[in-house]
Design a protein around this ligand. Structure first.
Ligand code: CUA
Length: 179
């Protein structure tokens, strides 16, 4: 047995080769991750602000109350019990993730830019807008703000793609884009 210190023992050639391979692979995956942020262009960089979850809930509720869509009889329009909100073109719009829905439903106008505010009331949720493939991870206490300019009319579904408990698979939302 050698009386040299173990970290001064010469390394076996094969072991060294595998250490180098593993290191290079890790490096490759790291740069792939960075590159995918730009190539995939789906995890948007947003403005992010800290706030209390309750404060965001209040903002969304005030917004929903102010711009609730009414039908011809003056009744609030809802889809599956979720109010449909019709904000003025080009303004600030809010959406709240909570167990287990994206609330409220937004009716936006085509070719208008909106300041879109997004946060969670309670838990980590995934905001996945289909079929445009925008993905954001949404947390309570963080408000994301991004500019959203719908270019096609139609219904855009939102699914939660971060596991958030027993109702996760039913957690969805809707943005409707009209002329
Ligand atoms: Cu919210 Cu999964």
């Amino acid at each position: 047995p050698s009386n040299r210190l173990w970290w001064k023992e010469p390394i076996h050639g094969i072991e060294l080769a595998w250490i180098i391979i593993a290191f290079l692979w890790g490096l490759f995956m790291f740069f792939f991750m960075i590159a995918w942020h730009f190539i995939g262009d789906q995890n948007l960089s947003t403005e992010t602000y800290r706030l209390q979850p309750e404060a965001f809930v209040e903002k969304v509720e005030a917004f929903a109350e102010e711009y609730q869509l009414m039908d011809e009889n003056g009744e609030p329009v809802e889809i599956d019990g979720v109010p449909v909100i019709s904000p003025p073109a080009g303004g600030d719009v809010y959406m709240l993730g909570r167990l287990w829905e994206w609330w409220p439903i937004l009716e936006l106008k085509k070719d208008q830019s909106y300041r879109f505010h997004l946060s969670s009331a309670d838990w980590q949720h995934g905001f996945s807008l289909q079929p445009v493939n925008i993905n954001l991870s949404v947390h309570p206490g963080l408000e994301h703000v991004l500019t959203l300019t719908p270019t096609e009319t139609g219904d855009y579904g939102i699914v939660c793609n971060e596991y958030c408990g027993i109702g996760h698979h039913n957690m969805s939302g809707l943005i409707r884009v009209i002329e």
